[in-house]
Structures are given as structure tokens and as C-alpha cells.
Design a protein around this ligand. Sequence first.
Ligand code: BT5
Length: 333
Amino acid sequence: MESTRKQLIELLDSQQGYISGQDLSKRLNISRTAVWKHMKELEKDGYEIEAVQRKGYRIVSSPNKVSENTLQWGLNTDWLGHNLQHFKEVTSTQEVVHQLAKQGKPHGTVVIADKQVQGKGRMSRNWDSPKGKGIWMSILLRPELLPYQAPQLTLLAATVLAEVIAEQSSIMPQIKWPNDLLINHKKVSGILTEMQAEQDQIQYVVLGIGINVNQTESDIPEELQHKASSLQVESQQHWSIQDTIQRILQQFERTYDQFMTDGFKAVKLKWEQFGYRIGEEVTISTMKKSWQARLVGIEPDGALLARDEKGKEEKLYSAEIHWGEDGYHAKQK
Ligand code: BT5
């Protein structure tokens, strides 16, 4: 049933003009009455469909609302998001996915909410997630990776988001190590990767993605305005949340599958192309010392690699990097 409807949407979508009931019934291998019933279901979900005698059916407009149906229809993935749950409001999509993982839900399960009342950043920080303005989504993964490789998934996700945004607009996002997506030096997205692991085995990973999409400047809390922005503010265009989610899931699946077969190299290269201040000199300070170094890239364990004037390289896991914009520097990890 569900997959027939998905195919039906695809057929209607790919058609310039009308497609006849007979054609549809043949291609979907269902009766013409069944085609008509599916059309009625689509209309209930907000699709506007025109039916003209002797010509057939045509989609006039798709619903611009986020629901399990509209997210799944037309979603061109093999395993990601086939099990997808959409909520109007949750505490945090991370929490929901942790529960689903414990219930044994499969790899590729996705939870999306219009609003989070306790959106989480790293280290118990808060993530502002206003209703209908952004993408608040968590993905359940059961990767065959060693626990130390889990940070690679954060880096991978960041490249996926950067690519999807760059494709859809003229803006060029940058990835600030390890998990922030910036546009014009302001954060538009953050990734939170949480892992349940035992000894040398990952049981599951919950990969959380938050993207500010259609907030206007005044929708952004005052205390964040100097460092946070949204896709709409930066691109001066309204974004379809539903379409952007589908693109992210499709691109994520492709990149993830490639990563699993070919390893981290392609992700590393892509990350470094988008990397914020990569190739530039910054000041780094730890508890013990402070020094100047050039950021050169990332390492397979997710560390940031810096090289000082003498050519000495150092892997940074938890250093304070003075990023040098707006006097704002973030404490990492
Ligand atoms: C992150 O943490 O950037 C990870 C954010 C992950 C959010 C997603 S949404 C779906 C899933 N469900 C969840 O509950 N979480 C994930 P961190 O690097 O710690 O950044 C948090 C800091 O960013 C906060 O302390 C604020 O300063 C700032 N911040 C909070 N909300 C923001 C927003 N909407 N946009 C930009 N910056 C924000």
C-alpha cells in the first residue's frame, strides 16, 4: 500500500501534463478504482490533484507541510528513513531515538520534530528549536565501526549538510571543527553524535542534526544573534523544510554507503574543502601553553591537525581555538 502510493507520487511527479487512470493502473498493477482511492488519500494529505475526463490526473500542488507521508513520498533511499516518525513536539529527538534504539528499531530509523522543548547541544548545552522554523532530526545508526571511529560520522554528516546547502543556493557553508556549520561566520547548524558502546563494539549511534532554516533575524534569541543565523537570513530565500530533509537523507545515505565501502578518505577531503580556517593561522591555547599554528586538516580519529611555525604537527582534541572572528572563540569538545 505505502509503496504503491510512493510510486504513484513518483509517476505523477515525473509527468509534465496529465497521466491517464488507465496508464496508472497498468504501471502500478492496480485497478482504476484503486488508483482513484489513492488519489483521494493524497488529497486528504493536502495534495491538490486535478482530474480531467479523457486526460487523466495531474498534481497541481504538493502540500508544503512536514508529515510522515510527505517526507516519505518521493524519498529516494534504500534504507535511510524507511522507518520515519514525525512529531509536532518532543523533548528532544535524541531522546526519542535512544528509546527506539533500545526497543531494537533498525539502522536508518529517523525521527523528526517540528519543535523541541529540550533540544540538546553537546555537554548538556541547550539547542534552540522553535516550531516549524528548522530541521530537528535524529538518525539511528548501527554502524560496523570501532568506537574510536564514531567521530567520523559527525564529520561525514557535516559534509553532507554543507553539500546540500551549497547545491540549493549560492551560499558556501563552512564547517568549523568539529561540528558547526557556519555561513558568513555564523552558526546555522550543529551536529550532536551520541553513542552507546560496549568495550570494542558500537551498539548504536544517535546522530542529531539541527539546522536553522526559516528563522528571521528576530526569531533568533537575542543572546545568540551575534553568532547564530539561519539559511533564510543568509540566502534571502525561503527554504522548503520537507524538500531539504529529503535531500539530506538521500545525500547522507549515498555518502554513508560510500564511506562504509571505501573508508574515510573521501570524507576527509570533502571536509577539508569546506573546513573553516583550514590552511590559515590561528592561536591555540591549552591549560599549559598558547601558540600560533596553521590548521592543516583532520585526522581519521576526528582530531584537528595543526602545524606550528617549526613544522611540528599536533593533533587537537580539546583545545581552545581562537577562531578570530567577532572576538568569538569556542571551547571545543
Ligand atoms: C551543537 O551543540 O551544535 C549540537 C546541536 C544538535 C541539535 C540537534 S537538533 C536534533 C537533535 N535533537 C537534539 O536535542 N539535539 C540534536 P554545541 O556545539 O554544544 O552548540 C550549542 C551552543 O550553540 C549553545 O550553547 C548556544 O550557544 C548555541 N545555540 C543554541 N541553539 C542554537 C541554534 N538554534 N542555532 C545556533 N546556535 C545555537
